[in-house]
Ligand binder design. Structure first.
Ligand code: SAM
Ligand code: SF4
Ligand code: SF4
Length: 340
């Protein structure tokens, strides 16, 4: 196969697969509204359909797959999907991002099915803050899930979205919490993606400030050689622990973006900010063969020029990306539908 690159020379290597748009939390940076419309259940891809589409992507060079959502563990028997995907030897990395609420009871089944890595989102160590941030009272279950994952998986990451005045005083406590569990915490700048209708520049804590707070506590940080296609800048603390910072708002990494997203109903998106996608469910259910599906994907990737976060960063007056009325008209625009 001729190497598949987009118009900016970026390969297609990584696929985030959203397995459901439903969620059991309502994080205020992702799902701040009171009501949501959902993808019709009959449109959701079956596990077998997901397996077939992932196989198409693997034939085009994708070797990293991350299951996400919504909350992926709301999908019944997610381990069954993992087992199907893990059979594909072309996938060198099979991971999942979860809010952790339902994780404790499923970690062993997921590992046994072939899941290689887990990332749990954890923005706060305080139960009261968790409830204010997510509108749910399941903080203790998230912590149990993290402890269970730390016991079962050798690689565990914790993702924290940092919001000014909300949880930015927990940067050091989160590092300590992660270190005790041999996990790596990654601090994510609050992004103005669709769904984040409460976003404002004043709430973003830039990477430079996150690093300054870490250095004030730990001393000089040692940057770990960048992996060209990874979004996080990683640093080693003087005692050897590592942390990551994802500067998706102030220093976007579009120029090295090798990832795309598949929604739970089979819409393929070439950028987190894309307002349109390629429907793969239609052709799949119409019986188009894998080679035909691969041609559709290949053509779309060759025509890709997306650099959504960079374009947003260049805007002078930067408010919210899309208003709630627009999101209500098209659930595909939502962050919880495209999977983060
Ligand atoms: N529900 C799962 C979870 O929360 O881990 C997986 C889906 S969630 C959409 C994936 C990631 O997107 C989470 O780590 C979440 O913190 C992140 N995210 C959602 N909205 C965000 C925003 N406005 N800015 C930065 N990260 C965001
Ligand atoms: Fe929070 Fe993830 Fe649910 Fe969004 S999809 S509300 S980030 S738990
Ligand atoms: Fe990739 Fe789009 Fe995110 Fe840029 S904004 S890093 S192109 S998904």
């Amino acid at each position: 196969m001729m190497s598949l690159v987009d118009l900016l020379g970026r390969p297609l290597r990584s696929l985030r697969v959203s397995v459901t748009d439903r969620c059991n939390l309502r994080c205020r940076y992702c799902m701040p509204e009171a009501e949501y419309a959902w993808l019709p259940r009959e449109d959701l891809l079956s596990f077998e359909e997901i397996r077939r589409l992932v196989g198409v992507f693997a034939s085009l060079g994708v070797d990293k797959v991350r299951l996400t959502g919504g909350e992926p563990l709301l999908r019944h028997d997610l381990a069954g999907l993992v087992r199907l995907l893990a059979r594909d030897a072309r996938l060198g990395d099979l991971a999942m991002t979860t809010n952790g609420v339902l994780l404790a009871g499923q970690v062993e089944a997921l590992r046994d099915a072939g899941l290689m890595r887990v990332t749990v989102s954890l923005d706060t160590l305080r139960a009261d803050r968790f409830t204010a941030l997510t509108r749910l009272t399941t903080h203790a279950r998230v912590l149990e899930g993290i402890d269970a994952a730390a016991r079962v998986f050798s690689t565990l990451k914790l993702d924290a979205v940092v919001m000014r005045g909300v949880n930015d005083d927990e940067i050091v406590p989160l590092v300590e919490f992660a270190r005790e569990r041999r996990a790596e915490v990654r601090f994510i700048e609050y992004m103005d993606v669709a769904g984040a209708t409460g976003w404002s520049p004043a709430l973003v804590v830039p990477r430079a400030e996150i690093l300054a707070r870490l250095e004030a506590r730990y001393g000089p940080l040692d940057p770990i050689g960048a992996t060209a296609w990874a979004p996080a800048d990683r640093y080693r603390l003087p005692d050897g622990a590592t942390v990551g910072v994802i500067a998706s708002t102030t220093a976007p990494f579009c120029s090295t973006c090798d990832r795309a997203r598949l929604t739970a109903d089979g819409m393929w998106l070439t950028c987190l900010y894309a307002t349109r996608g390629l429907d793969l469910r239609g052709p799949l259910r119409a019986g188009v063969a894998p080679a035909g599906l691969a041609s559709l994907v290949e053509a779309a990737w060759r025509a890709r020029s997306d650099r959504g976060a960079e374009l947003r960063a260049a805007e002078r007056e930067r408010g919210i990306y899309l208003p709630a009325e627009t999101l209500r008209r098209d659930v595909h625009l939502e962050m919880h539908t495209r999977g983060g």
